[in-house]
Design a protein around this ligand. Structure first.
Ligand SMILES: [Zn+2]
Length: 276
């Protein structure tokens, strides 16, 4: 079996989808990342990018699929793809949703509420491919087949969870959505997930220059991502979660700057697969 992990980006924008000619090259969907590890399929977040993932799977097979879907939190941009995720409606599929504990209501209730009428005509219960919704506490590590997954609380309004996906000696750290605290250095939860990771997907909503206008909104900068990757000895830093106003030309400029720096940094791009 292939000892490597394959990571595919299906959605890389934060807050809201931003389709259009100015975002066509890097992609305009909200977060969804696919991880293939041996026979396992894992997804991180269910933003609008999850629809492209679903179509891709159905274009390659009509067999039932098993997926472990990890939600960082239930802000709309991380769950808004679920009501339109065609694989979730197929009762033959086995989709297990895992996410952090929510303040005030169980995770399953939060997902259900997104689809309540009159806001949406189809109830969450119609997603017959979804076989379980479970909560995972910060600091917990659980086995999902051959894959070990660790959760850590991030710094974000209404709380968010980051994840580390470990498969053999390969590791992916996923830290969306998260805001750094300048005075405190690298956040301990981020450091725990990112240490020696082959890839760190990091919240690069802003640049350091833009950040003061958005302090307290729950997001970080590509420069903080870069410092975090060096601090944590990360092999590849994948910048993602871009603010809706960031267009492809802005990302081209960031790409130029990070490529001039030491270490390997990429702009997460929809449809691209990276073997770790
Ligand atoms: Zn959020």
């Amino acid at each position: 079996m292939d000892p490597r992990m394959a990571v595919t980006f299906w959605g890389i924008r934060g807050s809201t989808p931003v389709p259009g000619p100015q975002t066509a090259r890097y992609g305009g969907n909200t977060p969804c990342v696919e991880v293939r590890a041996g026979d396992s399929i894992l997804l991180l977040d269910a933003g609008t990018g999850i629809q492209s993932f679903g179509r891709h799977v159905r274009a390659t097979t009509s067999d039932p699929v098993k997926i472990n879907l990890f939600l960082t939190h239930t802000h709309w941009d991380h769950i808004q793809g679920l009501p339109f995720f065609q694989l979730a409606y197929d009762p033959r599929n086995e989709i297990h949703i895992v996410g952090p504990k929510r303040e005030g209501a169980p995770l399953a209730t939060c997902l259900d509420r997104q689809m309540l009428p009159p806001n949406f005509p189809v109830p969450f219960a119609a997603l017959q491919g979804v076989k379980s919704v479970t909560e995972m506490a910060s600091g917990a590590t659980r086995a999902f087949g051959d894959v070990m997954v660790t959760a850590q609380a991030m710094n974000h309004p209404n709380d968010s969870s980051g994840f580390r996906i470990q498969y053999g000696n390969k590791a992916l750290a996923y830290c969306l959505d998260h805001e750094h605290v300048e005075e405190e250095g690298v956040h301990p939860g981020v450091a725990a997930l990112a240490e020696n990771a082959d890839m760190l997907v990091f919240d690069a909503a802003y640049s350091d220059e833009e950040y003061p206008s958005f302090k307290g909104w729950g997001h970080s900068t590509w420069q903080v991502g870069y410092k975090t990757a060096r601090f944590s000895n990360v092999k590849t830093l994948a910048l993602a979660g871009f603010n809706p106003g960031v267009v492809d030309e802005d990302l081209d400029l960031i790409k130029e700057q990070v490529e001039a720096l030491e270490g390997h940094t990429i702009i997460a791009t929809e449809g691209q697969t990276h073997k770790l």
